[in-house]
Design a protein around this ligand. Sequence first.
Ligand SMILES: Nc1ncnc2c1ncn2[C@@H]1O[C@H](COP(=O)(O)OP(=O)(O)OP(=O)(O)O)[C@@H](O)[C@H]1O
Ligand SMILES: [Mg+2]
Length: 342
Amino acid sequence: MGETGILSREVYENCDGEEEAVFYEDVDLLQKHGINVADIKKLKAAGICTVKGLQMTTRKKLCAIKGLTDQKVDKLKEACTKVTEVGFMSALEVCDKRKCVFRIGTGSSELDQLMGGGIESMAITEVFGEFRTGKTQLSHTLCITAQIPTESYSGGKVVFLDTENTFRPNRLTAIAERFNLDQTAVLENVLYARCYTSDHQCELLDLVAAKFQEEGGIYKLLIVDSVMALFRVDYSGRGELAERQQKLAQFMSRIQKISEEYNVAVFITNQMTSDPGAALSFQADPKKPIGGNIIAHASTTRISLRKGRGEVRIAKIYDSPDMPESEASFAISEGGIIDAKD
Ligand SMILES: Nc1ncnc2c1ncn2[C@@H]1O[C@H](COP(=O)(O)OP(=O)(O)OP(=O)(O)O)[C@@H](O)[C@H]1O
Ligand SMILES: [Mg+2]
């Protein structure tokens, strides 16, 4: 298998600390089932690099790829079913699959606890809050903590998509120093892209998928800081809202799939709106994250951040599939996110 280069090997560490090899299938494998190299190339160019990724792509989207006809898409879908089984699995199998899920620490043990151990893989974690609440600082800290192996996690590389031009390598080196890590090595392990438009932000995901595929199992975290900034600028007013939400839905759906396909954690930051109408209608929570239902439904865990005294910030679970609504405080320091001193 290894020598043909067709299967990418990914070593996951089990929760028990036991090492287990898991394979995911490269789209090249479809050659064995009558798909020609040119068509596989087209898939890859569209960011579809694994058989699972292909299964996750709708027929409509496949047909929109230049050079793929209806018939070819039929053939692709058929070849897919020959490579992997699709459909049901037992809850026990789900449980087995979830053993591959890992968590990345945030630098603050209290914040980790709030999230059940840290940022989870195969899921999207969203933090939102007003300016200066530490979203970008948390993003920077995760770039470093993602590289640190623990008993149940092997450590790995990070992709950082920056839409606000607030990424600062010197923050990474300062945080690396706190953890006694080699500063050059730490910087080398973070792949950075500055996004200029929402279209660019979406297109970059093709490259992200290609990178995750190329270095299978090496990347552990994808950060988007922030997810809405460009969508907010590129689409304005009610008239463009529907179009914006549709584009946004595609982006969110894509990062969700990437998180499952490559077993990586996805961390996104989001801005807030101060809804003037809400205050008048006596809503308990007049300030809401932006992006509406699309972001709400795609994010697995949503955390709100607010300012406390000085460098202290308070995080609250806003929505989670398995964690109660509680709060934790942390602080922002030169060495990144830390526990708040009480
Ligand atoms: N080196 C540092 N040491 C300590 N605190 C810092 C350091 N750098 C930044 N901060 C603090 O971090 C806070 C800014 O946090 P951050 O940039 O993460 O906010 P944000 O939530 O991303 O805001 P925005 O919505 O504007 O992007 C400021 O209060 C700043 O004082
Ligand atoms: Mg920021």
